[in-house]
Write a protein that binds this ligand. Sequence first.
Ligand code: BTN
Length: 256
Amino acid sequence: MPLNAELVDTQLTTTFVGRRMRCLPSASSTQDVARAEAEGGAPEGTVVLAEEQTAGRGRLGRSWVSPAGTNLYLTIVMRPDVERLRSLSMVAPLAVAEAVEETAGLSPRIKWPNDVLIGGRKLAGVLIETELSGQAVRYSLVGIGLNVNLDVERAPEIADIATSLKRETGHEMSREAVLASLLNRFEALYIVAQQGSAVHEAWRSRLETLGRQVRARFGQQVEEGLAEDVDAEGSLILRRPDGSRVTVAAGDVTLR
Ligand code: BTN
């Protein structure tokens, strides 16, 4: 069944996030549709959602498996001040984790910077693409893919590493309820993130990366060491085997 946007709307408590929503039967990537929306002046909080993606994108040039009708694939158009830009990378996975807690009673963890995991398997991913004009943010496209009712074993390319809410709870979930909760949490956390460190602390406390030996890849560089902490900006602080420290602003980690 296609997602019922009206049902989502009745459950929204937001003032701007999700108040304008485009639901498409299919898209190459919701990021591309949202980019056109943003270029056309779409208001902050506009959501583009697709039932399926034919070229869903992940971070670092990966693809995102996006079969029809089972999951959530959405992009939220945001226009943050440049000082608040990096908080989106904490707000988005935290909103997913809190929505999953609220609707499914599960307690997801976060793999730095913004993968959402249950039992070490990936439940959701976040891709943020930002367009700048000089030092100013023109818009930020916050893409979220969340496996809701995916039968993971039917997706062989991710069967070993992914999970879904259906797999974890043993039953189908209402995509409308999960989406409404996600958008409600996203707006609330985005507003809180502008006022202090509470979001950083909540995000940090869900990080399963801290205290673990990791391999971090960023650009062409690879560093191995102990994931000691994250700084206020969300960068990962690694302790190398020789005792020196390195700060990783963006990239990907493998837990060792
Ligand atoms: C990752 O974990 O690598 C990020 C995955 C992000 C996937 C979402 S699905 C909606 C939006 N459209 C895309 O093409 N990608 C993001």
